[in-house]
Design a protein around this ligand. Structure first.
Ligand code: DX5
Ligand code: ZN
Length: 225
């Protein structure tokens, strides 16, 4: 069954605890936490202290998406704050292999994100280090953007690429996904869906998440996370 990771970027920052409880009760599989530094992306969000505070109010899996320059400097902070999965952008580091090893040595799951224009082959020599792959379907920086249509093919290609190499690394897709296109994203091979505005701006958050979770009956091999 498809896994849903609501992005708190579109939640009410004045009442995160309540919004988190709502998505947790609705059956969300993990909480997607978008960290932006105003350098790697043109927006600033939250840092490790907020993650640490949230850790005290929920047992949800914390899926921390780092959209920051020099991610090497901050891995330990986010691990100590309670991250369960850390996703780093290949475009944000000179040493992606070392960085992924650093995350795994902390005893948590390591994931890599590819911006829309970044080709899949960049993963060729880091596959053994990966617990998840995040395909960006918008240019990172903001919630509420439109899904880039070329990414459907990229997800399909990635699924084939992984199958060809005998890898069953779950594919997460992030940006511009809602009830209107989640079926198509899943049919291409996505197993974990990040969704911010479509969940938190909906009239009925619980119903939206439940509908999203049923959007996929095709991919059954997404139980690694
Ligand atoms: C974009 C973030 C996404 C974003 C998704 O830079 O990484 O996680 O919050 O939001 P929606 O679903 O509104 O595109
Ligand atoms: Zn994200």
């Amino acid at each position: 069954m498809i896994k849903i990771a609501p992005s708190i970027l579109s939640a009410n920052f004045a009442n995160l605890e309540s919004d988190i409880k709502t998505v947790e009760e609705a059956g969300a599989d993990m909480l997607h936490i978008d960290v932006m530094d105003g350098h790697f992306v043109p927006n600033i969000t939250i840092g490790a202290p907020v993650v640490k505070s949230l850790r005290k109010v929920t047992n949800m899996i914390f899926d921390v998406h780092l959209m920051i320059d020099n991610p090497e400097k901050y891995i330990k902070d986010f691990v100590d704050a309670g991250a369960d999965i850390i996703t780093v952008h290949v475009e944000a580091t000179k040493h992606i292999h070392r960085l992924l090893q650093m995350i795994k040595q902390e005893g948590i799951k390591a994931s890599v994100a590819l911006n829309p224009a970044t080709p899949i082959y960049i993963l060729d020599y880091v596959l053994d280090e990966l617990d998840m792959i995040l395909i960006m379907s918008v240019n990172p920086g903001f919630g509420g953007q439109t899904f880039i249509p070329a990414i459907y093919e990229k997800i399909t290609k990635l699924k084939e690429y992984l199958l060809g190499r005998g890898k069953s690394i779950p594919i997460q897709v992030d940006g511009g996904i809602g009830l209107n296109n989640i079926d198509k994203v899943c049919k291409c091979g996505a197993e974990i869906i990040v969704s911010g505005s479509a969940i938190f701006n909906s009239d009925n958050i619980k119903e939206t998440i439940m509908k999203m979770k049923k959007a996929d009956e095709i991919n059954e091999d997404s139980n690694n996370l």
